[in-house]
Design a protein around this ligand. Structure first.
Ligand code: R5P
Length: 299
């Protein structure tokens, strides 16, 4: 028998206005709920920023130094990242499915380091991203390269497919081998990605004008790490990017090629989420390194 509810006191509180629901991310409040939910898996709601760990390098360069055994080198770091950028092959083969971090799936590919890097295609159907519980898919966009137009179309196809299922697209501004990473180029590439529908844009840091790159991009920007630097310099770069308006980092080699990857990702986290000064973050890295049981193994 249905419960009789008519006598119960009600709590409609008509004198209290229902407030609009706020949203943490720049330019993202108008998306459907599922897409906002997935973005808030990637970007920590308390800070609106992310520490994304990029380990997808093998999709074009094979067993990259530090990623030879992802089960051994990367799995222990997973609890320390907000999101993991990974290929579906590695996800299925070595990443535990009780993962707490968000998954950002590499969705473009084709050429290897032996060929023309911009010759990419869409390399994954959006239905597989749904099947795998991805919070976003990532696609390389090679503005100014030989296959510029196709890589832009790769992204727009994924954006359309993503809107069908509520999965956002991370547009990655790839610089190829010869392009200059200055603010003018990065501003062009990031703005193109956002204008054409990417909900998040990943780009490299540049010393001059990064704040203009970030301000000119109407959706969140995350900073790519790039080639391995000394830990102190990598922390300075991350701090400057955050200070200039980046909503986080998507770092690979500067974490997993560090001698002490766990110490490094914790120091990066303190910069990104705690606004820790980079010199203090480097001291933190050194302290954690000394107390770390094992450096990253070689051989
Ligand atoms: C490269 O194309 C991949 O998307 C990497 O995930 C990206 O370059 C970030 O890794 P790293 O910090 O090592 O540059």
């Amino acid at each position: 028998m249905p419960e009789v509810d008519s006598m119960a006191p009600k709590a409609f509180q008509p004198d209290v206005l229902q407030e609009p629901v706020p949203y943490l991310l720049k330019g993202s409040g108008g998306y459907d709920w599922g897409m906002r939910y997935r973005l808030s898996r990637i970007f920590r709601p308390t800070t609106g920023r992310t520490v994304m760990l990029a380990v997808d390098h093998g999709y074009f360069q094979g067993p990259t130094t530090g990623l030879e055994r992802i089960d051994l080198s990367i799995v222990p770091l997973l609890p320390l990242s907000d999101a993991l950028m990974v290929t579906r092959g590695v996800l299925r083969s070595v990443i535990p499915s009780d993962l707490a971090s968000a998954v950002v799936l590499r969705a473009s590919g084709g050429p290897s380091v032996l060929g023309e890097l911009s010759d990419e295609h869409v390399a994954m159907d959006m239905s597989d991203a749904v099947r795998l519980g991805a919070s976003a898919v990532a696609v390389q966009v090679f503005v100014g390269s030989e296959h510029e137009s196709r890589t832009v179309t790769n992204m727009t196809r994924l954006v359309d497919a993503g809107y069908q299922v509520g999965i956002p697209v991370l547009g990655v501004t790839a610089v190829g081998r010869d392009l200059t990473r200055d603010a003018r180029y990065l501003g062009l590439a990031t703005r193109m990605c956002a204008e054409l529908g990417a909900q998040v844009v990943k780009t490299y840091y540049c010393d001059d004008g990064f704040e203009q790159v970030a301000a000119g991009c109407p959706v969140p920007i995350v900073m790519a790490g790039g080639k391995k630097l000394g830990e102190a310099d990598a922390l300075i770069m991350a701090s400057r990017a955050i200070g200039a308006g980046a909503s986080g980092v998507d770092m690979g080699r500067n974490i997993f090629q560090s001698r002490f990857p766990e110490a490094m990702i914790k120091a990066v986290d303190a910069v990104v989420h705690g606004d820790l000064r980079p010199d203090h973050a480097f001291e933190m890295y050194q302290d954690l390194s000394q107390s770390s049981a094992q450096p990253a193994s070689a051989g």
